[in-house]
Design a protein around this ligand. Sequence first.
Ligand code: NAD
Ligand code: GDD
Length: 324
Amino acid sequence: MKRALVCGAGGFIGGHLVKRLKSEGYWVRGVDLKYNEYNNGNADEFIIGDLTDPIVCHQVVEGGFDEVYQLAADMGGAGYIFTGENDAAVMHNSALCNLNMLHAAQQAGVKKIFYSSSACMYPEYNQLDPENPKCSEESAYPAAPDSEYGWEKLFSERLYLTYQRNLGINVKIARFHNIFGPQGTWKGGREKAPAAICRKVIEAEDGGTIEIWGDGKQTRSFLYVDECVEGVRRLMESDFSGPVNIGSEEMISINDFAKLIAEISGKNITIKNIPGPEGVRGRNSDNALIQEKLGWAPSKSLRDGITKTYNWIAEQATKEVEIV
Ligand code: NAD
Ligand code: GDD
């Protein structure tokens, strides 16, 4: 039986990944600062631990692992990473998780390690035109990410690649593009646009108004979590190291996205654009490389994924109201 360690298993993508690995017959140990409120039962073992501590990293990798998935990071949506207030925490915490966990895995003889980078590492100068953003993998340099979160991701990509070059550990790096789905953060300040807009629409009355940050003309693409996990597993099984985009090519403006969610809700909703943290003007995945190297690329429609997500958040919001 293959053994996998999932770092960040208490989080959104980590939780889905644990479930997927279990369905493939893996023995899985999860580690995080917190339990996963939805998928806890799926890991064979779950350790509460702080991966900024090198001792903890050496402990969690004990017992031998075929594969390590390093998803632990201090992260959030625009309201968390673009305000500037969390920059020191993001850089310090995420860099230490990566430095310590990669080192512990290499020392323990782990053969293969996955690292979750982000589209936030791409240069801002290629993402100024909302209709034509450029996010092909080779466009990463000259580097100019628009956030400290993106700079940390770029630094850590390079860190993993040095361990592969100098120390022989097999490294796999994906650049995720805005992943969404059930069991993702939907309130509290770290939620990304898909969950935040679903929540706002759910909370609004029929005929009501929701606030959208920016002029709403900024663009993004959003990838449903099942396809993200599929891409991660395919990358892990391939002989390609990356970095490679794992994202959707279905680009949409934020106002059109809000209109789509309003339509799914069946409510008549007015959009009010207000100032807020915005990030880059435009972003879209470029899937030429993943298609070439893995013979696969995400293909599911945004409407299907966001409908499932909307229904899940509506259920969570109803549960909260019942508890209160
Ligand atoms: P998430 O916040 O739900 O999960 C990250 C987990 O890491 C959290 O449960 C958190 O508690 C844990 N963590 C943070 N610091 C830790 C520490 N010191 N020790 C142990 N655990 C710690 O986020 P997610 O959406 O599941 O993202 C997973 C990974 O994918 C992250 O590295 C993130 O940067 C990357 N990523 C995500 C997206 C996205 O859209 N969700 C996009 C690009 C990259
Ligand atoms: N979060 C949020 N909440 N965003 C909103 C809202 C709102 O209520 N209203 C409008 N937006 C706009 C933001 O201003 C931004 O321009 C756009 O929606 C997308 O915001 P997010 O989904 O929060 O973040 P992002 O796409 O800029 O960055 C995300 O994706 C990266 C990878 O592509 C983040 O999750 C990053 O952490 C991630 O690495």
